[in-house]
Design a binder for this molecule. Structure first.
Ligand code: IMP
Length: 508
């Protein structure tokens, strides 16, 4: 006889938070969004924590090195997608780890034989007015000089004049050696009243540029996710097939955390993968596993050694797993049951295993609901796909800008198998995801700031200044279908039917 769950499968939309007492201490500026990222013993601090509870999905259309740098700057973490050759994935991880905030590779470079007309064309195309001049015109050639808008006057300098004749030559320039720290580079900029300083190697070849404005923005990111060597932190997805080659390559490249990327985690393949990692690296390599949607699945992965457990099957915006295979569970119900199992496991063993709620977040307030239900952090695909920093094309569809967003189980991503249990590839395959567009939403920084402002405000309404406090204090109610109607603007004629300011996630 089959087992029947008592509760129907519910989604975030079916819940609301009921406010609790907020003391005068409870103000958004005092809220900490720090979130546990790896398992830890009672009373101990987790080895890895997030500064904001957001991670970007292990997807081709979401998490490359550009996204990872942008999100780590804000205090979250990306998991670089694993559905690519391991050398490429490791190179993405290495690019994040080698990225020196404030030190940029110069993308507008001149050779001494170029003309002012070409300089102006490059300035127009790239939008930069500071251009180093190198012997061969490359970003790492021997430094010969620099051109800024102070070196020419369009009304007086002939368009045909050569760069060599109007640039500021190397001997009159200030440059700094490779080992210069960002702070020292900034002091050089200020002391010499410059806008930028080139960083050169021992042979006077250009390596990086440091710009005054980049230093300022670096200073204004207090939540940056940095490792002990002040490098950005980054995660990476792995699979249950080629882990013996992929995991060492990712660890070597500097990945701070791994996650087995699969739509179904309650499997012998995941147990084997976790076992192999523990045997090779002990507890030194942190690895999450999933996805599961019930207590049994959670316990299985916790006992198999997962550092965090990912929850959610079939709730993703691009996901058609439930339609195709009839498996899955409403995200809210799955999370609530798994969180109960996690808490019971903690009581029993003294080991706290963080939970990641993965997929199905539609509105900003769903994020706070998920945290209240017991998630420690959230994995988001669609949310991040909409931003400038996602790796996909921005396209204009009928006058509106969109970004492309496709599932890892779609035909487009499909040559890499995530959507079976593991082991040998067998049988026919079918799609479990779609290829789609999402409304373009601008920069990650602006959107994340707005989302987190709402989260902090709701937490204060619940009397909570931290995520564990929210989990302990939250009061949740299910809603009837008529109260959902009551919750939106209703019985008025909207003057503006476009999404209102504040509905940062999208269309209502
Ligand atoms: P979203 O934030 O609702 O867009 O969901 C993102 C999540 O959907 C990912 O983190 C994956 O767990 C899941 N996912 C990604 N690609 C697919 C797919 O093709 N089919 C089903 N689920 C997917």
């Amino acid at each position: 006889m089959a087992f029947y769950f008592d509760e129907p499968s519910r989604t975030f939309n079916e819940y609301l938070l009921v406010p609790g007492y907020s003391s005068s201490e409870c103000i958004p500026s005092k809220v900490s969004l720090k979130a546990a990222l790896s398992k830890h013993r009672k009373g101990a601090e987790p080895e890895l924590s997030l500064n904001i509870p957001l991670v970007s999905a292990i997807m081709q259309s979401v998490s490359d090195d550009g996204m990872a740098i942008a999100l780590a700057t804000e205090g979250g973490l990306s998991f670089i997608f694993g559905s690519q050759p391991l050398e490429q994935q490791a190179a993405m991880v290495a690019r994040v780890k080698n990225y020196k905030a404030g030190f940029v590779d110069s993308d507008a470079n001149l050779s001494p034989d170029m003309t002012l007309a070409e300089v102006l064309e490059l300035k127009e195309r790239l939008g930069h007015s500071t251009m180093p001049v190198t012997e061969d015109g490359s970003a790492n050639g021997k430094l010969l000089g620099i051109v800024t808008s102070r070196d020419y006057r369009i009304t007086r300098t002939a368009a045909s004049e050569r760069v060599a004749d109007f640039m500021t030559p190397r001997e009159k320039m200030v440059a700094a050696p490779l080992e210069t720290s960002l702070k020292v580079a900034n002091d050089i900029i200020w002391d010499n009243k410059l806008n930028s300083v080139p960083i050169v190697d021992g042979d006077d070849h250009l390596v990086h540029m440091v710009f005054r404005k980049d230093y300022d923005s670096h200073k204004s990111n207090p939540l940056e996710m940095l490792d002990s060597q002040k490098r950005y932190m980054v995660g990476a997805g792995i699979n249950t097939r080629d882990y013996a080659e992929r995991v060492p390559a990712l660890v070597e490249a500097g990945a701070d955390l791994l996650c087995i990327d699969s739509s179904e985690g309650h499997s012998a393949w995941q147990e084997q993968t976790l076992g192999w990692i523990r045997a090779q690296f002990g507890e030194g390599v942190k690895v999450g596993a999933g996805n599961v949607v019930d207590a049994e699945g959670f316990r299985f992965l916790a006992e198999a050694g997962a550092d965090f457990v990912k929850v959610g099957i079939g709730g993703g915006s691009i996901c058609i797993t439930r339609e195709q295979k009839g498996i899955g569970r409403g995200q809210a119900t799955a999370l609530i049951e798994v969180a109960q199992a996690r808490n019971a496991y903690f009581k029993e063993t003294g080991v706290y295993v963080p939970l990641c709620s993965d997929g199905g977040i539609v509105y900003d307030h769903h994020m706070t609901l998920a945290l209240a239900m017991g998630a420690d952090f959230l994995m988001l695909g669609r949310y991040f796909a909409r931003f400038d920093e996602s790796p996909t094309n921005k396209v204009n569809i009928n006058g509106s800008y969109m970004k492309e967003y496709w599932g890892e189980g779609s035909a487009r991503a499909r040559n890499w198998q995530r959507y079976d249990l593991g082991g040998e590839k067998t049988g026919l395959t079918f799609e479990e995801g779609v290829d789609s567009y999402v409304p373009y939403a601008g920069s990650l920084k602006d959107n994340v700031a707005l989302t987190l402002a709402k989260m902090r405000s709701t937490m204060c309404n619940c009397g909570a200044l931290t995520i564990p406090e929210l989990q302990a204090k939250a009061k949740l109610t299910t809603v009837s279908s008529t109260s959902i109607v009551e919750g939106g603007a209703h019985d008025v004629l909207l003057k503006d039917k476009t999404p209102y300011v504040g509905s940062s996630i999208g269309l209502r």
